[in-house]
Design a protein around this ligand. Structure first.
Ligand code: HEC
Length: 269
C-alpha cells in the first residue's frame, strides 16, 4: 500500500512539472479551428463560467505559435494564493492583470493543446469550449488522471514505454477499474443513469478533489477518504481548474471499465 501512495505522490510531482514540459511542444501544431468565438458565448448552457476563459481571435493564435511565453504558463499553475481564494474566476487573473496579455496567451495555448490532445471525441453541446479544452489539458497533459483511471492505459501497440507510438486506450478512457490492492480507480465518464443535477455532481466532485471524501463510501470500513487518489496534491488547484476538469469529464463519452469483478485478465488483479 505504502509504495502505491508514494507512486501516487510521484505522479503528482510529475504533474506539477508538466507545465514546463508543455513548453517544449509547439502548442499550435494541430490547431483546430478556434475562430468559433460563438462557441464560448453560446455554450454556457446555464452554467456560470467561473473564469475569464477568453478565446482570442485567430490572429492571436498565430502569435501563439511562437510559444516562447509558454513557460509563462507555469505562473498560472502555481497559484499558491489561490487555494485560499474562494472567488471564482480569479485563477486566470494571475497574469492578465498586468495587461500584457501573457495570461491570455498561456491560456490560449493550453486551450489549443487541450483540444488537440483529447483522445476521444468531445460533446461540446451546451458547454464552454475553452473550459472543456483547458480541462483536457489538465487531465491529459498535467494531472496524469489516465494513469490510474484509464485501464489498461494504452491501446494495442500504443504503449510508449515499449517504444511504440503513444495511443491511449480510448475504448476505456477514464472508465476506471484499475486495481490497487483493495482499492479500484473509479469511472470518471458521464453516467447516463445518474439522477443528480449537474451542480450536485459538481459539488460532490469538488468535495472529493479538495478533501478526499469518498462520495460512494466504497470502503467505509477502511476509510471514508479516497486512497491512492492524489487528492492531497489536486486539492490545491484553483476553483477554475477544478471546474475545467469537471467540464471536460462531462464532455467525454461514457465508457465502461475493461476490468470487472469477473475479469480473469492478470491486469485486472
Ligand atoms: C495514482 C492513481 C490516480 C490518479 C493519478 C488519479 N486518480 Fe482519481 N482515483 C484513484 C483511485 C484508486 C480512486 C478510488 C479510491 C478509493 O477507492 O479509495 C480514485 C477516485 C477518484 C474520484 C472519486 C470518484 C467517485 O465519484 O467515486 C474522482 C472524482 C477522481 N478520482 C478524479 C481524478 C482526477 C480528475 C484525476 C486527475 C486530475 C485523478 N483522479 C487522478 C486513483 C487515481
Amino acid at each position: 500500500m505504502r509504495h502505491l501512495m508514494i507512486a501516487a505522490l510521484m505522479l503528482a510531482g510529475l504533474a506539477a512539472g508538466a507545465d514546463a514540459q508543455a513548453g517544449t511542444k509547439d502548442p499550435c501544431v494541430a490547431t483546430p479551428d478556434t475562430s468559433a468565438a460563438g462557441g464560448q458565448s453560446s455554450a454556457t448552457g446555464g452554467l456560470a463560467d467561473p473564469g475569464p476563459c477568453r478565446i482570442s481571435t485567430s490572429t492571436k493564435g498565430s502569435k501563439n505559435a511562437k510559444s516562447s511565453n509558454n513557460t509563462k504558463g507555469s505562473s498560472n499553475g502555481k497559484g499558491s494564493g489561490n487555494a485560499n481564494d474562494p472567488g471564482n474566476g480569479n485563477g486566470n487573473g494571475n497574469g492578465s492583470g498586468s495587461g500584457n496579455g501573457q495570461g491570455d496567451d498561456s491560456d490560449e495555448s493550453k486551450i489549443q493543446q487541450g483540444l488537440a490532445i483529447a483522445p476521444v471525441p468531445l460533446d461540446l453541446q451546451g458547454r464552454n469550449r475553452a473550459l472543456v479544452a483547458l480541462g483536457s489539458y489538465i487531465v491529459n497533459a498535467q494531472g496524469g488522471c489516465g494513469d490510474c483511471h484509464t485501464w489498461p492505459n494504452w491501446a494495442p501497440n500504443g504503449d510508449p514505454y515499449k517504444g511504440q507510438p503513444k495511443a491511449v486506450n480510448a475504448a476505456h478512457y477514464l472508465a476506471g477499474g484499475r486495481p490497487f490492492g483493495p482499492f479500484v480507480s473509479r469511472n470518471l465518464t458521464p453516467d447516463p443513469a445518474s439522477t443528480a443535477t449537474e451542480e450536485e455532481r459538481y459539488a460532490e466532485f469538488v468535495k472529493a478533489m479538495r478533501t478526499g471524501w469518498d462520495p460512494d463510501q466504497a470502503h467505509a470500513q477502511i476509510s471514508s477518504l479516497l486512497q491512492v487518489m492524489p487528492w492531497p496534491a489536486y486539492q490545491d488547484m484553483t476553483d477554475r481548474d477544478l471546474r475545467a476538469i469537471f467540464e471536460y469529464l462531462q464532455a467525454i463519452p461514457h465508457a465502461e471499465p475493461y476490468c470487472t469483478p469477473a475479469s480473469t485478465d492478470p491486469v485486472c488483479k
